[in-house]
Design a protein. Structure first.
Lengths: 273, 265
């Protein structure tokens, strides 16, 4: 099937942004129709982070540091990952539906519309847990920031880190969900594995793991740039030069997401053919 | 009675086969469970390099983490979505017309799906045993009682899952409820960190809930942290929770089923 991820080369960024914005607003309107779901999902997002904070608090009552990282630095690490994951849920949660849409042939009519398919798919849903994750994640970042003794001078670096974290996280999830174009299935097991392993491993300092893990998380699937590298630079565990890698990883992730989704659309053959 | 068990067996078998049909789920479960286990091993090996903490040394922690892997794989790999979907998409209306008890039928399906995770558990445990060489059970009796506590996890997990799935009578989506349950279970079971590390008030909160029986109870028995009487007491508490949650589920279902709406009707 022809590459139609960017139909009509004349589509402007303004037009695409408008479609994206209006689609998200429509989803927010839908959310307000189901308040019970909103509160359950937002509470789940908060609870997950409260328990993550509780885990760190309990752990650090017994140990002074984990691989040289103290309590507040670890709280920042967990908080930044939560902000990135929660923002992705709010901004492009629909990419998780890619597999289901491919199976049911629901990509068909999205190809005919004058907007990039990935944008249309990404805005078919909002993960309401994101409200809780972003809210409490920011609380954890600020708490860790103050506790680690970081001042206002480092705020621009922190903002850059958060913005790049959101972009990298969203792009990587899109890449792993796009695998469904070739490995068919209603779920997105590879994206799910990415998130789950990230939640397990990337809340901890990379120094705990073998060199192979560090190389993969920095240069193959750059999840280390979501939270580990920015926090390590801010807290002095890594040289400031590493910060250059964060926007580079963001650009590379977005290019990979767009490219792989486009390749996937080329191999898309609707349902039943 | 015999016919009732035959129906249970049929539901369990269908659920088991349905899970086996999706082979990629095995790989996913192994990567997720195995990955989490390796991360825990890396963290605790670092923390326990200088000696024991809160009564756990590196040797006992290795066994503890593998026990956590077993229970997490069995519990998180079960097909709770299947029950939730039947409530959310209205198929429960058909279930209610069938001459079978709704809760008992779902229990059979759920336990059938839990059994389908056993191959993943076996592969994971054999791999972990070869890699980390954990200590064996404190005694042969401790090994047997640990196995009993694993068996009791099946009805206990269903009791907790069923109660939380019933929330779908009031909501339109299940995933948030599932995350809440898994977060609470992961923390208060001791999967994330052994309860012994927690302050006494938090341990009291945990033991007032059914969650510690998912990791702390089998680990305590296996490692010989409790004597035979203590182990039997823990197993009795685990069984009591399973029984209480079963009847709690019945009570909630009676109220919840009044909320059934199918496509707005």
């Amino acid at each position: 099937m022809a590459d139609t991820s960017t139909p009509g080369r004349s589509l402007t960024a303004r037009h695409v942004g408008g479609v994206y914005g209006r689609s998200l607003v429509a989803q927010i309107r839908a959310i307000t129709e189901y308040p019970a779901d909103f509160w359950v999902m937002a509470s789940a997002g908060v609870m997950w982070n409260v328990l993550q904070l509780a885990f760190l608090t309990v752990l650090f009552a017994a140990v002074p540091d984990v691989a040289g990282w103290d309590y507040h630095e670890m709280v920042m690490l967990a908080g930044l990952l939560s902000v990135a994951a929660g923002s992705t849920a709010l901004l492009c949660d629909g990419v998780w539906s890619t597999g289901g849409m491919i199976l049911k042939g629901e990509i068909d009519y999205r190809i005919t519309r004058p907007a990039p398919v990935v944008v249309q798919v990404a805005t078919t849903h909002i993960g309401m847990q994101g409200f809780g994750e972003v809210g409490f994640g920011l609380v954890m970042v600020v708490f860790g920031w103050i506790g680690a003794g970081l001042g206002l001078a480092a705020v621009p670096v922190g903002i850059l880190g958060i913005l790049c974290a959101i972009v990298i996280e969203g792009a990587l999830i899109t890449v792993f969900c796009a695998v469904n174009f070739w490995i068919k299935g209603p779920m997105s097991p590879f994206a799910f594995m990415l998130i789950d392993l990230q939640n397990s491993a990337m809340n901890l300092p990379l120094g705990l793991f073998p060199a192979g893990v560090r190389i993969v998380t920095m240069f193959v699937v750059p999840v280390a740039f979501v939270n580990f590298v920015p926090v390590a630079v801010l807290t002095g565990h890594l040289s400031a030069w590493w910060l250059i890698g964060t926007p580079l990883a963001a650009v590379a992730s977005v290019l990979a997401a767009v490219g792989i989704y486009r390749l996937g659309l080329r191999s898309y053959d609707s349902s039943g053919h | 009675m015999t016919q009732g068990f035959a129906v249970d067996r049929a539901f369990a078998t269908v659920a088991f086969k349905r899970r086996l049909a999706y082979k990629i789920q095995w790989m996913v479960a192994l990567v997720l469970g195995g990955g989490a286990m390796l991360v825990s091993m890396a963290m605790w090996r670092n923390l326990l390099a200088d000696g024991a903490l809160s009564g756990y040394d590196w040797e006992s922690m290795r066994a503890y983490i593998i026990i956590g892997f077993i229970t997490a794989t069995v519990v998180f790999g079960a097909a709770d979505w299947h029950i939730a979907d039947r409530i959310l998409d209205g198929h429960i209306a058909i279930d209610l017309t069938k001459p079978v008890d709704f809760q008992r039928a779902r229990a059979a399906e759920y336990i059938g799906s839990m059994i389908s995770t056993v191959p993943t558990v076996i592969v994971g445990v054999v791999g972990a045993w070869l890699l980390f060489d954990p200590p064996g059970p404190a005694s042969a009796l401790a090994g047997v009682l640990t196995a009993v506590s694993f068996v009791l996890i099946f009805p206990l997990a269903f009791g907790i899952t069923y109660l939380t799935v019933l929330v779908c009578f009031w909501t339109k989506r299940y995933i948030g409820v599932m995350w809440l349950r898994e977060a609470l279970l992961g923390f208060f079971s001791g999967m994330m960190i052994p309860l012994a590390f927690m302050p006494s008030w938090l341990q009291a909160v945990a033991w007032a809930l059914p969650f510690p029986h998912f990791t702390t109870t089998p680990a305590a028995i296996y490692l010989g942290r409790v004597d035979t009487a203590g182990a039997l007491g823990l197993l009795a508490a685990e069984a009591a929770w399973a029984l209480g949650l079963w009847f709690g589920g019945r009570l909630v279902f009676r109220q919840a089923v009044k909320k059934v709406t199918v496509h707005g009707g």
